[in-house]
Design a protein around this ligand. Structure first.
Ligand code: KIV
Length: 288
């Protein structure tokens, strides 16, 4: 039986008042564990550029990176809907370019839907992609691919004018066929207003408690990274320290000669190496 979550399931969840759980994952084990942890949507986010590939922002991620990581995620997760981010400059040039690259994420990567960032200027593109049968998750508020335009990772929609524009953009993206909308770093009340006004579900990240679902970055949730952590993240684990401690233990044991121990070696009962050693000694004597 195929019990894969679909975009239809996700839209219905809003109408049934069921909160949607979305989490990023970037490879086979993270996808497998996200599936076991019962998330509804896995986002192969372009945040992979920062948390996995070590870039300073998401602008360096390529379409090939996204396809490569999506393939691994698809192999690891059987139930969640898999949404892949369209990376910077893979959809901004023209709507034709956007459709072609969205198609590659579906056809070559195996994603079920794509996500792209931006409001008004992206509406026509979302319409073009969804008209070809590819589901789109839209993304408003703090859109990290526009970091150079925004000037930093700040809360968005802080003035009446900016709030109005975000609401209008959200409605336009819904009308263009987006099946859901990510709201990143948005005041709680504005995110709540947008969520009430839309028929499609909103998924918040730093957008408070009134959205239809929540998304977090895998590494943030698990403490699998070092450095700055945004206010909106809740850390459920401290993997970085656990992993570091485990590796330090291994280093120490190898250096002390404590690894491998008696239980970690192969011993074959009837293996007798004395004949082999006798032959080697003979060979040595002949060559002298
Ligand atoms: O790339 C990403 O991880 C994202 C989430 C922060 C929504 O876009």
């Amino acid at each position: 039986m195929n019990d894969r979550i679909t975009t239809k399931t996700i839209k219905n969840m809003k109408h049934r008042g069921k909160r949607i759980v979305e989490l990023t994952a970037y490879d086979y084990p993270s996808a497998m564990l996200a599936d076991e942890g019962e998330v509804d949507i896995i986002l192969v986010g372009d945040s992979l550029g920062m948390v996995v590939l070590g870039y300073e922002n998401t602008l360096h991620v390529t379409l090939e990176d996204m396809i490569h990581h999506t393939k691994a995620v698809v192999r690891g997760a059987k139930k969640p809907l898999i949404v892949t981010d369209m990376p910077f400059m893979s959809y901004q040039v023209s709507k034709e370019q956007a459709l072609e690259n969205a198609g590659r994420l579906i056809q070559d990567g195996g994603a079920h839907a794509v996500k792209l960032e931006g409001g008004g200027r992206m509406v026509e593109t979302v319409d073009f992609i969804t008209s070809a049968g590819i589901p789109v998750q839209a993304h408003l508020g703090l859109t990290p691919q526009s970091i150079n335009e925004l000037g930093g990772y700040f809360v968005q929609g802080k003035t009446d004018k900016a709030a109005r524009k975000m609401l209008d953009d959200a409605k336009a993206l819904q009308d263009a066929g987006a099946f859901s909308l990510v709201l990143e770093c948005v005041p709680e009340d504005l995110a709540g207003l947008i969520s009430n006004e839309l028929k499609i579900p909103t998924i918040g990240i730093g957008a408070g408690r009134k959205t239809d679902g929540q998304v977090l970055v895998f590494h943030d949730l698990l403490g699998y990274s070092r450095g700055y952590l945004p206010k909106f993240v809740r850390r459920y684990e401290n993997l970085a320290d656990s992993i570091k401690n485990a590796i330090s233990g291994f280093s120490e044991d190898v250096r002390n000669g404590d690894f491998p121990g008696e239980e970690e070696i192969y011993k074959i009962k009837n293996l007798d190496l004395s004949e082999l050693m006798r032959q080697m000694k003979l060979e040595e004597e002949i060559s002298d």
